[in-house]
Design a protein around this ligand. Structure first.
Ligand SMILES: [Ca+2]
Ligand SMILES: [Ca+2]
Length: 241
């Protein structure tokens, strides 16, 4: 009897192992056929590499229906200045961050005619001051800063550079921006900011009827003063015309 029980237990144990094995194989095959972002992550810099800091040559990213999280970070470069230019403000009140290659992240994506971005959600944002108010009064105290500059255009590149202060404060002209806004808080929707007024005077970029659909776009992250770790979710939905 004892022997019989042992056999039965052993059989049960084999059966359990078989079930577990089959279940595991099933789930493995589900996750293994993922070609890019079944887990909702379109780009993770710690795995996929640093996003381009070259304005002429953004990283190309494939966005899919649903969640497309971009997990990245940016690091300020040395050489920050509070400055001005000939004909500019009399006092050095302009924050100028050269060497943008280190603190910008650029990527391009292409949407088919029936896909559009519904939201661009700031899901995570960690900021650590590097070029601080104490050293560079023109950047302002962290709490009073507008946040990380972000923008988008309807092209595969953005004409801008940080070679001198004039270029730094100039907006792209050959490949103009269609939306710009600051990432400040978790939960911000950047697309909705791109449809609101831009918070600084003198920039005619945003429009309430902006649609990001049907074409190639470049997204631009620029945070020159602070170390930033971010997760942005570019949510893609299908629509019918
Ligand atoms: Ca980066
Ligand atoms: Ca970069």
């Amino acid at each position: 009897m004892k022997y019989l029980k042992f056999i039965t237990l052993k059989k049960v144990s084999y059966a359990l192992q078989l079930i577990l094995f089959l279940a595991f194989s099933f789930f493995s095959s589900c996750s293994n056929d993922d070609s890019s972002n079944d887990n909702g992550i379109a780009w993770d810099e710690s795995i996929d590499g640093e996003l381009s800091g070259n304005m002429n040559s953004p990283t190309i990213i494939n966005l899919e229906l649903g969640n497309n999280r971009i997990i990245g970070s940016s690091t300020p470069s040395p050489g920050a200045q509070c400055t001005t230019f000939q004909g500019g403000p009399p006092d050095p009140v302009i924050p100028y961050f050269p060497n943008h290659e280190s603190y910008t992240d650029l990527f391009s994506f292409t949407l088919p005619p029936n896909y559009r971005i519904s939201n661009i959600i700031v899901e995570s944002l960690e900021i650590e001051p590097i070029h601080t108010f104490e050293d560079f009064p023109c950047v302002g105290e962290l709490n009073s800063q507008l946040g990380a500059f972000t923008a988008i255009n309807n092209s595969n590149q953005i004409d801008w550079n940080s070679d001198n202060v004039i270029n730094f404060i100039s907006m792209p002209s050959q490949h103009p921006l269609v939306g710009a806004g600051f990432a400040k808080n978790v939960g911000d929707d950047l697309l909705s900011k791109y449809r609101d007024d831009f918070p600084l005077d003198g920039y005619e970029i945003n429009s309430a009827d902006l649609e990001i659909k049907n074409g190639t776009y470049t997204f631009w992250w620029k945070e020159g003063a602070n170390q930033a770790n971010y997760i942005l979710n570019f949510i893609v939905e299908e629509f019918s015309n």
